[in-house]
Design a protein around this ligand. Structure first.
Ligand code: ATP
Length: 326
């Protein structure tokens, strides 16, 4: 135990479903430990610009099922400069904040690490991103909801694909990581999944389409992560059209629909559990880490390790999906 009295929580980077559930858990766990909790609005921008105010129990009533983040989120260039961080530190001192809970993705944790190193200020992280691209947690907060959003959209597209013998090329979020494409592709029975982690051999996809057409099955779903090396759904459509000019091919880019919506039960449970563990961790003197869940065990992973490790992706799911789509 240490003499922690005041903590502050903020959300940063892209919003993700379950961020509100995590904020609620932080505030309520703070109450449990007799801490005063403050909310910082608009991520790092709010620390630099002093958008800091108390978060009471009433402020987090009924926010558990809400998508987005009541604290708003932002990307902040100023925090990337020493002057910006100096201002941020001054504001935290002004409000007598002893420690921070940062909810966000790899950029957020990179910023937290730099800040901690400069000012020796305790920060603990919660993985809040739909991308699932953080090492040290099986799932990030928002990923499950995003996957479910994609799956329900693809189910609708499949109806039309089948009825009209069409090929739908569905582009999902994932600039650097294919987690969303992989899991939603498997769950929606995609014929092919293209992700940044593997080199795309477009000939394989064309051969597969050729085979389907020879079997008189001309509907298909192709799932493409936006960061795939072939260049995204529009590029895939171009080459499919060139090779099969008579095939009716459509691109659907799901875009920001994947970031919003009420969190799934899974994300609510994950966010609540990790939010609780973050505050408990701070009370016990733990900082400089992201709180994750691995094999249902809580893990504290140093920020450095949580960032940019994509080796947890299970590529076997891609081959299984493609075998099942034969
Ligand atoms: P998402 O995964 O949804 O994109 P993220 O946390 O990775 O979320 P970013 O926009 O990359 O989102 O980062 C959030 C903020 O973290 C940035 O706007 C910036 O203020 C801060 N940040 C990122 N990198 C650094 C850095 N090297 N130094 C200081 N601050 C940083």
């Amino acid at each position: 135990m240490n003499d922690l009295k005041r903590i502050a929580v903020f959300t940063s980077g892209g919003d993700s479903p379950g961020m509100n559930a995590a904020i609620r858990a932080v505030v309520k766990t703070g109450l449990y430990y007799n801490l005063e909790t403050f909310g910082i609005y608009r991520g790092y921008q709010g620390i630099v610009n002093d958008l800091i105010s108390p978060l009471k129990k009433k402020d987090v009533l009924n926010i558990l099922p809400l998508g987005g983040t009541i604290l708003k989120s932002a990307r902040c260039k100023e925090f990337m400069t020493p002057e910006g961080r100096e201002k941020a530190y001054g504001n935290l001192k002004k409000h007598k904040i002893d420690a921070l809970v940062a909810i966000g993705g790899d950029g957020t944790f990179t910023g937290a690490k730099v800040f901690m190193n400069e000012f020796d200020f305790p920060v603990i992280g919660l993985p809040g991103t739909i991308d699932n691209d953080l090492f040290g947690t099986d799932y990030t907060i928002g990923y499950d909801t995003a996957v479910n959003t994609v799956v329900s959209a693809v189910d609708k597209l499949r109806d039309t694909a089948y009825s009209h013998d069409m090929v739908f090329i569905v582009e999902v979020m994932g600039r650097d990581a294919g987690f969303i494409a992989l899991r939603s592709g498997m769950a929606s029975g995609a014929g092919k999944i293209l992700i940044p982690e593997t080199k795309t051999h477009i000939d394989e996809l064309l051969e597969r389409l050729q085979r389907r057409m020879s079997e008189e099955e001309t509907s298909a779903i192709i799932m493409v992560a936006e960061g795939d090396d072939f260049g995204g759904a529009m590029e895939v459509k171009k080459i499919v059209n060139e090779r099969f000019p008579n095939l009716s091919t459509r691109v659907t880019i799901l875009g920001h629909i994947q970031r919003g919506g009420s969190p799934s039960a899974f994300d609510r449970v994950l966010a609540s559990g990790l939010g609780y563990q973050a505050v408990k961790g701070l009370v016990e003197g733990i900082s400089g880490v992201m709180v994750g869940s691995v094999n249902r065990q809580i893990e504290f992973v140093p920020f450095d390790k949580s960032i940019k490790h994509h080796d947890k992706i299970n590529l076997e799911l891609k081959s299984i999906t493609e075998i099942l789509a034969l």
